[in-house]
Design a protein around this ligand. Structure first.
Ligand SMILES: NC(=O)c1ccc[n+]([C@@H]2O[C@H](COP(=O)([O-])OP(=O)(O)OC[C@H]3O[C@@H](n4cnc5c(N)ncnc54)[C@H](OP(=O)(O)O)[C@@H]3O)[C@@H](O)[C@H]2O)c1
Length: 303
């Protein structure tokens, strides 16, 4: 198939270009910047340059590429992840306006399927709940304090993709990725460095989130391109939801470092309010049973 990947230069984007190419697809990668086209070519794809905020440009690029499938990995967050809600402002604009331009371009070019990146925090930020949440309980949690617009934009993007097949030939699939870890993930590489220096704090709190290795993100996304079901939402998470503090303790042990020092999530919140909420108090242990059953995908065991 012909596949166009928007967000081709993102953390999951470049390995996805390689995976799709290895599976025999003819892959095009979108970037805003001519200086990044070499990375896309090196990953085996044909680069195209456009900004999704430019309706005409993105329409032309999608029409010219004639893809069977469009993948949207459009996000724009600080390299080491958001520290405060205001860090989501560019992403909020991208989810509100940019992503819908891409969906409209796909619809008008008669693209068969669009697969879009979302994140487990689209479920909201509940502080308690069942032992495992699945896709049948779509939005149980409230936004973080002051984050109504951000969460509404993310959920609006999801709804736009999921409902696409109801009024066009372009069916939509949304993938809610867990929190990334693994090689090439900037914040995880920072965690590893801090753990090696015995400086990674084990943030306390009752929150629990779902995680995903970047290689599993790539395989699940390619599986959704190949045989996901239109109009469906899939949790792309590994088998072990875990508290941030436990994640950090395991990482330190793996690196043969002493147990990290616990630090209250309230204290972390003074300098980084968003991670203190997202990892300190949010309750998102998610099931991956639907993705396993329908995509034929299984995450690697976490070692
Ligand atoms: N689930 C998770 O844990 C999760 C999810 C996402 C991100 N993150 C983390 O957040 C940090 C930043 O990642 P990121 O993915 O936001 O940044 P990124 O790696 O810079 O990727 C953003 C992608 O979106 C594209 N893009 C942004 N605005 C665009 C526009 N207007 N038109 C066309 N393309 C546009 C960029 O294209 P060009 O720059 O090439 O134009 C780039 O390919 C990383 O640490 C990452 O691991 C974590």
């Amino acid at each position: 198939m012909r596949v166009l990947v928007a967000g081709a230069t993102s953390v999951p984007g470049l390995p996805l270009l390689r995976e799709l190419t290895a599976r025999g697809h003819e892959v095009t990668g979108l970037t805003r910047s001519a200086s990044k086209t070499a990375q896309i070519e090196a990953a085996g794809a044909k680069p195209v340059v456009a900004d999704v905020f430019d309706v005409d440009d993105i329409g032309k690029v999608v029409a010219d590429a004639r893809p069977d499938v469009v993948v949207s990995l459009l996000t724009t967050l600080p390299k080491l992840g958001p520290k405060r809600l205001k860090d989501f402002e560019p992403a909020r604009k991208l989810w509100s306006a940019g992503a819908s331009n891409l969906v409209a371009a796909a619809q008008s070019a008669g693209v068969r399927r669009i697969v879009a990146e979302s994140v487990i925090f689209a479920y909201g930020y509940p502080t308690t709940g069942p032992a495992v949440l699945d896709e049948t309980d779509p939005y149980p949690g409230p936004p973080p304090k002051g984050g109504d617009d951000m969460l509404a934009a993310l959920r609006g993007m999801e709804r736009n993709v999921l409902s696409s097949g109801e009024h066009s030939d372009t069916e939509g699939i949304v993938l809610r990725y867990g929190c990334f870890y693994g090689p090439g993930v900037p914040h995880d590489e920072l965690f590893v460095r801090l753990a090696k220096w015995c400086m990674l704090p084990a943030m306390t709190g009752n929150g629990i989130v779902s995680w995903i290795h970047i290689d599993d993100v790539v395989r699940a996304t390619a599986d959704a391109v190949d045989h996901g079901r239109g109009g469906q939402l899939y949790n792309i998470v590994d088998d072990r939801p875990q508290r941030f503090g436990d994640y950090v303790r395991e990482l330190s042990a793996k690196l043969h470092r002493p147990p990290p020092i616990p630090i209250s999530h309230r204290l972390v919140g003074l300098v980084a309010s968003y991670p203190a909420t997202a990892f300190g108090t949010t309750w998102l242990p998610l099931s991956n049973a639907k993705a396993k059953a329908e995509l034929g995908w299984t995450p690697m065991p976490r070692v």
